[in-house]
Structures are given as C-alpha cells and as structure tokens.
Design a protein around this ligand. Structure first.
Ligand code: GLU
Length: 444
C-alpha cells in the first residue's frame, strides 16, 4: 500500500512517520550520547515489554578497555593520548564497529556508538555484536608518521581483545583505509602471520573489498530511494542538504546527484555553502582533495552558511553526515526538510526526535540508514576468511538487497505497530538481540 504523509492526510493509513501515540517523551541530557542511547533502549523496552533481565543486560556494555597511548612525536617529545575500545554485546557474533579519532571523543560517546553497532548489525541481520573504538586526538595536528605510531600503539594496546573471531574494527570519523592497513599489519606482526580479517575497510591490495569505500553513502542513498518509492514521491528534481563532507557525506552527494537530486547545501567542520540552483559536486570534491573546506566554494548565487544554518536550510532531504547531537531540541522545530536520512551515528537527540515526529518529518534512522558501511565490512570479512574476492557489481547488488530487506522489515513494524521508523528499527534490533541472548542463556 502506498504511504502518505500524515501532514497531508489524516494518519488513518500507516505512515513512515507514525502517529505519535506510541512515542515516549523523554526529557534528558541533550549532550551525553550514552544517556540518549539508554533512553532509546528504555523506550523500546517499555514498548515491547522487554524481559527486565535482558533490559539490564543491554544497558551495560560487556567489555570496556581504556588505554593510554604514549606516542613519540616528530620533535622527540612524548605525548599521551587516551583511547577506548568498548564491546557492547556479543550475543549475535563477534563484536564489530569502527575506530574514530577526534578531539571530542569520550568514553560515554564510545559506549553509545558501540550500543548503536549492536543495534545496527541486528537490524541488518549480520552475524555480529557491536563495538566501537575511539582515541581522543586531533588527527589534523599530527604528521602522518605520528598518526602511524599512534595507530600502531593503540592497536597493540587493544590487541588483547580484538581479532577476526573476537572483535573486528573498521574506519569511522577521521580514520581511513590507511589507518586500517596499519592496524592489520600491527596485529599480524603480533600473531606471526597475515591476518586480513582482523579489520575491515582495508586497501584492496591487502584484502579490502571493492565497494567498501563508497558503501556507507551508497547504503544511505538506497534507503532514501526506497523511502521515496514507498511514499510515491519523485526523487528526480528533489533537493538535498548534506551536513559533513567526509566519506559518507561526499559519496551521498555524488550518488544523489547522479539520481537527479539537486545538492543545494553542504558543509564540513569549517562551515558550508548554500545555492538554490544547486552545487557542482565534482567541484566540491576537488576542493576537498586540495585540502580546502567546502566553505571556499564560490559561484553566482552561492552563499556561505554555518553548520547550524545548513540543518535549517530549505530542502527536501536532509542528510546529517557528521557527528552526534546535531539536531536538538533547540533547532528541530526549524527544520524544513520532509525527509531526514541519518548518515551519521546519533545525530538526533531524543528530544529532537519527538519534535520531528510531531512535525511528521520522515526520519530514516542511523542504525538502518548508515548500515551500508558495516554491511560491506561484513562482505569484506567473509571474502578475507574465504580468500575469495567478489566483483564490485555483486557487492553493490548484495548491498542493495540487504538494505531493502532491512528497510522493509523496519517498515513492516512501523506499519503494524504504528510507530515511526526509529522506534520500528529499535524494536526489530532489540527483539533480535534479546532472542539471541535467550537462546544462548546466561552463563554459567
Ligand atoms: N564506522 C562505521 C559505522 O559506524 C562502519 C563500522 C564497520 O564497518 O564495522 O557503521
């Protein structure tokens, strides 16, 4: 049945935005992602009458490793950085999740990100639990050699809990395929043989997968396409604003524009630009490749905007593709987009969620929308284990298949339970993880 927007018609028929009846209003911290994640879990637990023991189980990460990382800097001095690896839950398989380098990294942030990985892998039906790693560092201030030493020492410190059958890191904010190559090499040196399956998002030459670099952005675009199809809307000619021009944001911009979507606003950590007539994505990529900010993009009708203004700009599709807590109780009511696809993890606070929900804005939640990255990570891991590598076309087709399957599973719950897509995805994820915990039982 085609889906209508509740803003336009009375929500008698199921809508992607739900009808608001089942949303628990949460009043909590707008800034601590772990509190936000717990409130999200509590909401689902209440909604599905989750077994209290399993609820407690999921409120606590299984394993937290905090390390200090001494790094010899190029000038001979020694700096100490703090790093974390959090494994949230392993009921469905080995832990999986990226490693981020950012000056704002905190343990609570990494705990939230690990929880979201548990949820994301469950929504996608991947045989993984969830983990995340982070180092509190501004990587832009380190030389390449310093970054390599930091990465190798961090890997050595967490090597006691990672491994191809235990916990498999991947890229995240400000880490990339080169970082993964150093992790793979350091771990391999420790075990005495090459172990490509210890990490995903590696360069192709050492066991990486075709299509992995584009996978997050590609997955976001697949779910946007699917949502537009369900809603009976036309993607061609739609406008999009994208916050963040890293891997996910830039690929999203590129792929959306090839589908005829006009990219009207983009930003990065330095600021952004808006143009009614649309921005040239190739030129934006050239700027980034030259080390400049997208804010330096010039042209007729182009105005400079801040990151906050980007979120409130006139567009059909808003893609937050940067960090957590961007759409908050402060700015949610000013958002003009009719659909939000969360390419970032946790960009919307629970308070903002409630406001967007009331405004009947359709939100494709992070644990579904940005799951393309970990899905192709899974393909990479399978290829590494089998030492048999697939064609890019097969990878993209299988990615599309899994993204659509997950979208439909979430959408079905959204329809039958009359809840929005976030709560539907959370319900699906928690039910799957709870089932795994129940089947395995509590040791001993
Ligand atoms: N960092 C990505 C995410 O948040 C990818 C994780 C992975 O591939 O394991 O989903």
């Amino acid at each position: 049945m085609p889906i209508k927007r509740a803003r336009e018609t009375k929500p008698a028929a199921p809508v992607l935005a739900g009808n608001g009846k089942n949303l628990v209003h949460c009043a909590l911290s707008e800034t601590n992602p772990w509190e936000g994640a717990l409130s999200q879990l509590d909401t689902v637990a209440k909604r599905i009458n989750l077994d209290p023991g399993i609820h407690k189980y999921l409120r606590t990460p299984k394993r937290i490793l905090m390390v200090s990382i001494p790094v010899q800097m190029d000038n001979g001095s020694v700096e100490i950085f703090e790093g974390y690896r959090v494994q949230h839950n392993l009921a469905r398989g080995p832990a999986k999740g990226g490693i981020r380098y950012h000056p704002g990294v905190t343990l609570d942030e990494v705990k939230a990100l690990a929880f979201w990985m548990t949820m994301k892998c469950a929504v996608m039906g991947l045989p993984y639990g969830g983990a995340k790693g982070g180092v509190r560092v501004d990587p832009k201030k380190l030389s390449l050699k310093e970054l390599e030493r930091l990465t190798r020492r961090f890997t050595a410190e967490i090597s006691i809990i990672i491994g191809p059958n235990k916990d498999i890191p991947a890229p995240d904010v400000y880490t990339n395929s080169q970082t993964m190559a150093w992790i793979m090499d350091t771990y391999s040196m420790g075990v005495g043989h090459s172990e490509p399956g210890v990490v995903t998002g590696k360069p192709i030459e050492i066991g990486g997968s075709l299509g992995r670099n584009e996978a997050t952005g590609r997955g976001v675009v697949y779910v946007i396409e699917q949502a537009y199809k369900e809603l009976g809307w036309n993607l061609r000619g739609a406008t999009a604003a994208i916050q963040g021009f890293g891997n996910a944001g830039s690929i999203c911009a590129k792929l959306l524009s090839t589908l005829g979507v006009k990219i009207v606003a983009v930003s990065d950590s330095k600021g952004g630009v808006y143009a009614d007539g649309g921005l040239d994505v190739a030129r934006l990529n050239t700027l980034k490749a030259e080390g400049a900010s997208v804010a330096n993009y010039k042209g007729p009708g182009v105005t400079q905007i801040t990151n906050e203004e980007l979120l409130e700009s006139q567009c059909d599709i808003l893609v937050p593709a940067a960090l957590e807590n961007q759409i908050t109780g402060e700015n949610a009511s000013k958002i003009k987009a009719k659909l939000i696809a969360e390419a970032a993890n946790g960009p919307t606070t629970p308070e903002a969620d409630r406001i967007l929900h009331d405004k009947k804005i359709i939100l494709l939640p992070d644990i579904l929308a940005n799951a393309g990255g970990v899905t192709v990570s899974y393909f990479e891991w399978v290829q590494d284990i089998q030492s048999y590598f697939w064609k890019e076309e097969d990878i993209n087709n299988r990615l599309r298949e899994l993204m659509i399957k997950a979208f439909q599973a979430v959408h079905k719950i959204s329809t039958t339970e009359n809840v929005d897509m976030r709560l539907a995805a959370d319900i699906l994820a928690v039910q799957r993880v709870a089932q795994a915990i129940k089947l395995r039982g509590i040791y001993p």
